[in-house]
Design a protein around this ligand. Structure first.
Ligand SMILES: CC(C)(COP(=O)(O)OP(=O)(O)OC[C@H]1O[C@@H](n2cnc3c(N)ncnc32)[C@H](O)[C@@H]1OP(=O)(O)O)[C@@H](O)C(=O)NCCC(=O)NCCS
Length: 171
């Protein structure tokens, strides 16, 4: 099949998702752009996300980057949770809006889960919010088979609960 011309919408079946480790220097700007483009994150949240990119590799934050057709389309950041035995956090996952719905997010989550299992992890924990703007994110986690395990009412703001989704690897 000839390559789709530039600007042609990429169908799910045609998406060529390649997963790789982060190149902190080269990927920082595309990650900043995609975090902003999602519209899901405040400026303060983007700053925190980029601080994790800027951490030295030995700092404990691990990354998976997804390229589609050779360009950065999404990334996930995860790491072992300090002071636990085998619990890991997914800190960030984000996909370029132009590439959403193509399986990139699922590919990133699968890669994170493989990394957690490879590190003898027992539990992957993901925190999100109950506000309406995060409905798509919750739908994504639920479609990916994560279990809503806990809720802290009014955590982020009055009426905006913290939701904790989990995947167990030892059950
Ligand atoms: C949440 C997010 C990472 C999902 O990435 P994505 O690449 O669009 O998701 P995928 O295409 O891999 O979808 C995986 C599954 O979730 C479902 N899904 C994804 N978005 C959905 C939505 N808006 N509504 C309903 N289901 C959805 C898909 O239908 C798919 O299910 P299927 O494989 O059974 O058909 C992406 O939408 C995003 O970056 N959102 C903004 C940032 C964010 O909220 N990040 C999480 C907080 S850190």
């Amino acid at each position: 099949m000839p390559p789709a011309p530039e600007g042609t919408p990429t169908t799910r079946s045609a998406a060529r998702v390649a997963l790789r480790d982060i190149d902190r220097a080269a990927d920082r700007a595309p990650i900043a752009r995609l975090l902003s483009a999602t519209g899901a994150f405040t400026a303060a949240e983007i700053e925190v996300a980029l601080e994790l990119v800027d951490e030295p590799p030995e700092g404990g934050y691990r990354f998976v980057v997804a390229d589609v057709d050779g360009a950065l389309a999404g990334y996930a950041c995860h790491g072992a949770t300090p002071c636990t035995v085998g619990t890991h956090d997914l800190y960030w996952i984000a996909v370029d809006p132009a590439r959403q719905g193509l399986g990139v997010g699922r590919a990133l989550l699968d890669a994170v889960e493989r990394a957690v299992r490879a590190a003898q992890g027992r539990l992957l924990v993901i925190e999100t919010a109950s506000k309406p703007e995060y409905a798509a994110t919750r739908a994504f986690y639920e479609r990916c088979g994560l279990t809503l395990t806990a809720r802290i009412p009014d955590f982020y703001a009055t009426g905006d609960d913290k939701l904790v989704y989990c995947r167990r690897f030892d059950a």
